[in-house]
Design a protein around this ligand. Sequence first.
Ligand code: 4AD
Ligand code: MG
Length: 429
Amino acid sequence: MPEKFLPIKEALTLAKEGKKVAVRGWVYRKRELKEKIFIVVRDSSGIIQAVFPSSDKQAEKVTIESSVKLSGALKKDERAPGGFEISGTKLEIVGLAEIFPIGKDLSDEFLLDVRHLWLRSRHLTAILKIRHTVVGAIHEFFRSRGYYEFDPPILTPTACEGALTLFQVKYFDEIMYLTQSWQLYAEAGIFALEKIYDVAPTFRAEPSKTAMHLSEFWMCEMEAAWMELAEVTEVAKDEVRSILKKVLEECKDELKVLGRDVKLIEKYAREPYKTITYTEALKILKEKYKMKIEWGKDLRTKEEELLGEHFGVPVVITHYPKEIMAFYKPRDPKDPKVALCFDMIAPEGYREIVGGSERSTDAEQMKHDLKKKGAGTGDYEWYFDLRKYGSVPHSGYGLGLERVVAWICGIKDVKDAISFPRTMKRFKP
Ligand code: 4AD
Ligand code: MG
């Protein structure tokens, strides 16, 4: 066996009849005919078919998901994936697999039980690669625009998004919480770095069992000094479009594995996204869909789905009723009933992928709003300090990584957009 193993994708791009190659990976499929044994091997880069004579003892013995090294000469074969197969001369079994528990037609719940094994499926491998590209695109987007990466603490003494969804952690003799958002700390960071971003785990004890909610997810957040609502919404649109462009550049093969319509992703990457207000959104729901939503009520699943359908590309919705918004979202001085905030809604039922706002600079108002929601203000004193020493207008938002990945991949549940999902009911393995 030669010591140089090629990634399968590279071996296939050689596309040269008779060229000797060696690859290593895992047995993806095996089919035995009278005189031949076909073995499809996968590695992280792709799959290739190898054919051995039935007399080959190793080929006969090898099982699905065994790890193997094999070598032979490339041979053109239209029926093989990639157009070439390996005419195998040597097969070495590295780790012989027991009968693999995952076959065809298994339930979603079973696949979650054996997630540690299902991860290696072509389906999840494609999603994980797209997720990798999305995160890379986010870093590139912000760094190329002069933002600094700023890491938040994960253990926090306070809530950012309401006490109801906090996870408690015993912290020596104290109680702390897992972070719900880096935002409050980011608002301190901008006084040093002005424009910052991060990609970090986020925790919410969400009782919702929807296909769009996890209790541990990754949020990609940004915060910028001197920035107001009209500008921050444009940053969010540019970010989403640049993620889509990067996926189109790097992940066409993966989109194909997932059966995703590339034309649709091209449309999302190309077309401009509109900005409308909450009040205008209610008007669309009423006129087009005959849905009467009382002004002041939050948009629910159905409403967001219909708005996504109406626009066909992501849409930004601003100026939600202040009463239903977090304490840090400021009132619009021109219309105090509404807050200077926004959500971005994705089409195809993926709903809210981004949430953000300008930040209030009025500490007294924020204290008042927190108290009204029944929260203490003592642990936020450091945060209110930020309003005392050179306060500036500033804004930021968070993008839900798994929702964006699920949308791009066209998968029905965010659980498949993360390696080991955590929800109320699902926390193993
Ligand atoms: O709208 P959210 O709650 O906003 C914040 O937390 C702000 N503090 C962010 C900021 O301004 N820096 O969450 C932001 C995004 C949502 O739009 C959604 O995409 C995602 O995070 N998200 C979730 N994703 C999966 N599971 C959950 N339970 C999620 N909750 C929010
Ligand atoms: Mg939100």
